[in-house]
Design a protein around this ligand. Sequence first.
Ligand code: DGL
Length: 273
Amino acid sequence: MSHKKGAIGIFDSGYGGLSVFKEIKKLLPEYDYIYLGDNARVPYGTRSFDTVYEFTRQCVFKLFDLGCNLVILACNTASAKALKNIQKKDLPPGKKVLGVIRPTTEIIHTFTQSNKIGILATQGTVKSESYLMEIAKFHPHIDVYQHACPLWVPIVEYGEKDSPGTSYFVKRDIERLLSKDKDIDTILLACTHYPLLMNVLKKHTPEHINIVSQGPLVASSLQDYLSRHTEIDNLCLKNGKTDFYTTDNPSEFNKQGKIFFKQNVFSQHIEVI
Ligand code: DGL
């Protein structure tokens, strides 16, 4: 087991993980963090299982090389397609990787009264059926309906969230999800990019329906995890410092990242292979 302290690593295919990281940093400001966005290879959501696994593994190992002992996959697609394999096959001693699906499914029942939940996610997450399986495990009485929104990540990544065309696609996808059951009372945004579309989402969703973002759920689950696993908490640096890395262009990352993170972002370029 490594005894060298390190930052907590936060990984996403691009900017989406910043919507989760923002909440983690708000709740746990004393920790050091390294955020890595694989912007050069985004989106992951339309890629094969093997490709997402390989890309995610490369990024997680880059974060280990940068000294992280604990890495959070702030990406549903990577959590759905790569987390289990990495945990089973690849982890060096003393290193930990956690995802966003488990902390979300553990608590999702508290948002619904009708016990009918709609899930919006990437094609990769929907096809993996990870949410269906995890929710069935914890809350077998809840019916889950999924709908994939393949256009939403590119819309957000390319800074088009306020374009008129975005409203058309968001409305269409919400209608398609809600048409699966009239009693759906909760929509889970199971992609870390989607909270960026919240204003448009609210415009096209009936008021009685809860729209749930994962950021706060993942943040409080991490807080709980660190308080229960003091051996891991003791390996985390606590100087309140954050470094951002992107596999693409840092000035573009700084510009777009600020929109997600709601604070200035100063990133550096990094190669992961
Ligand atoms: N933000 C990611 C997620 O939560 C994936 C986006 C993508 O690369 O397709 O699924």
